[in-house]
Design a protein around this ligand. Sequence first.
Ligand SMILES: Nc1ncnc2c1ncn2[C@@H]1O[C@H](COP(=O)(O)OP(=O)(O)OP(=O)(O)O)[C@@H](O)[C@H]1O
Length: 271
Amino acid sequence: MIVLLRAEGLGKRLGGRWVLHEISLEVASGEMVGIIGPNGSGKSTLLSCLVGEKKADSGQVWLRDRPLAEMGAKERARQIAVLAQEEVGEIYFTVKGIVEMGRHPHLGHWPWLGERDERIVADVLRQTDSQHLAERIFAGLSGGEKQRVSLARALAQEPVLLVLDEPTAYLDLKYQFALLNWIKQWQASCGLTVIMVLHDLNLAAQYCDRLLVLKQGRIVRQGTPHEVIEPEMVEAVYGMSPIVVEHPLLGVPQVLLTAMQAQESGEERER
Ligand SMILES: Nc1ncnc2c1ncn2[C@@H]1O[C@H](COP(=O)(O)OP(=O)(O)OP(=O)(O)O)[C@@H](O)[C@H]1O
């Protein structure tokens, strides 16, 4: 296994308290790793520390053999593309302009795009079903369209590592699968390594090679979807009692929940 990203002893303090504790992990080149866990468990903070957007208060991250802290922003952007939650904002550029920005870390002294850059921009627009949006203003798109365009921008960066924070949040059923399928295809064809936060355990089980479970800023479980998605884990981490079944076509674990259960478990906690 070739390790692409390694973190050792990562800790982060926010608002005067530790929200990440002693996180150590390795991500192999070409792997798709999902980070799951309840609201506030530290998933977004961990992603930010792993890509160098937030400085960890303890520990270190290496990309291949290089400490991330020693890499400048442009060098990082040539290797790591990030699709953050808050990216779906009011940006008054055309879609094509936004996707072209993905090429900027690769441009030399002169900031204009060459033939290869133009070809990559056209390819990712086509591959993310966003070609028809190219001349639209980004701010005027729906949440789901913005998400697809943001993915196109991230892929135009030709990263070795793609990091996504809840990428399916704004997407309808079809595009949730479409987006993850595009990423999976890139993973297979270009050896792309992917780390993503997902709330949907069933999507996580279908797409990820390995899952990390965060609870209160610590990794409490990690392994293949089969090793991780078990009733005891869902009970211990989310306070819900699920039925876990095997997907009839894919053979991966899938979680079934019962209506009213969330409300009941909340009421039980209050008692
Ligand atoms: N700027 C901040 N100042 C103080 N506390 C913060 C700040 N940002 C995050 N936190 C706290 O850190 C903890 C982890 O937050 P984080 O956003 O990483 O969780 P998460 O698992 O991504 O949550 P969610 O699933 O709700 O997106 C939470 O308790 C949150 O309230």
